[in-house]
Design a protein around this ligand. Sequence first.
Ligand code: FES
Ligand SMILES: [Fe+2]
Length: 370
Amino acid sequence: MRTPARSPQDEALFLDAARPYWHPIARSADVGSGEVIGVRLLDEDLALWRSADGTLGLTDDLCAHRGTMLSAGGTVTDEGCIRCPYHAWEYDADGQCLRIPQVSNQALAEKVRIAAYRVVDYAGLVWTCLAQEGEERRGIPVVPEATNPDWWLYAGAPPTWQCQAPRMVENFLDISHFGVLHAGNFGNPDIEIVEPYRPITNMDDLSITFNFPYLTRDRWSPPIDGKPATRFVDYEYRAELPFACWIKGAGKDDIAYYTYIAMCPVSAQETKIFWVTSFPNTLVYTGPELDAGFIPFFEEDQRVVEWQRPEWLPLDLGAELQMTFDRIAVAYRTSLAELGFPVLHFPRTRVSQTAASKATGPTGAAEEIS
Ligand code: FES
Ligand SMILES: [Fe+2]
C-alpha cells in the first residue's frame, strides 16, 4: 500500500523543528589536525575542519566567490583557516574571509563572510547546533561517564539508513521486538510477554526514562546443556529528546556499561547513526569485538525500519495501534508532537483500520493503554 507523498512544506517543517538541537556530524577521530571533510546535516552541506592546535571549524560548504565546495579539495592553513581550492580565499572559524590573494587591498576581505556554526568535540563525536545560541532548545545530550577517567569510550563506524530519524530512535527504544527480530542475537525467543514498564517523560530536561528487566541471551558465555546461556539484565533507558538515547546494560561478568546512540538527521529521509559505548576501565573489549557485536543487530533493525510505512513516524496516535507494551512509543511520539515536530495525518493502513475500529477509542489508542 502506498502512503501519500509528503510535501516540500512538510519536509521544511521537520527540518525546522530539528534545527534548535545539537546533533552529531562526525566521529572526532574522522577529522584529524589539518583535515577538511564534508558533512551533511538537515539537508545542508557543511565543511568541517580541524586546525593544528585541535580547534574545529564548521561553515557552509560553499565559497562566497564562485560557489565552490570548500570540502572538495580545501585545505587548512597554519593560522587555522579553511582555504578554498579554487582561488585560495581563506575563511576563519567565524566564517570571516581573511585573505583574497588576487587583490592588493585586503580590506576587501572584511566584506566577505560565509555562515559558520558552533562546533565541539564531546564523547568521541563532533557536535553542532545550526541554530543561533539564543535559539537552541537544549544542550548536547549527556553521555554518562564521558568525562570520567575511570571509563573509556569507543565510537563505532556509523551506518546510514534511508529513514527518518524518529523512526530510528523509536526502534532503539522499542523493547518488545528483542525475542523476535534479534532472536539470533541478544534477544530471547522464549520470552514473549512484555512485562509492564512505565516510561517517565520529563519535558523540563527533555528526557524519557524507564527500566526494563529482561532475560537476555548471554553472548559471552558458552551454552548450558546445549541451550544458549541466558542472563538477567536490568536495562536502563534514557531518551534524550529528540534524537538520542542511552541504554545501560551489562557486559562480561555483569559489569555495567552504556551504549549511546545519537542520530544525525542528514535530511528528512536519511539518518546516520553515531553509536558510542562506554566501559569502566576494568572491562576490556577491542574495537573489532564491539563492531562484531553491534553491526549485525543494527542490520536486523535496518531491514525493518527502512520499510516501515508511513516513512515518517506518525505522531497522530490514532494512525497505528498502540498497545500497553508500546508505552515508550506513545511517550516518544507525544513528546515529539509537543516539541513541534509535524503531526502528519496519514490514513490508517487497511489492517489497522479494521482492528482499530474494534479495539480503539476515538483517538485510536488501544483501550488497554493508559
Ligand atoms: S571559488 Fe572559492 S576562492 Fe574562488
Ligand atoms: Fe532492534
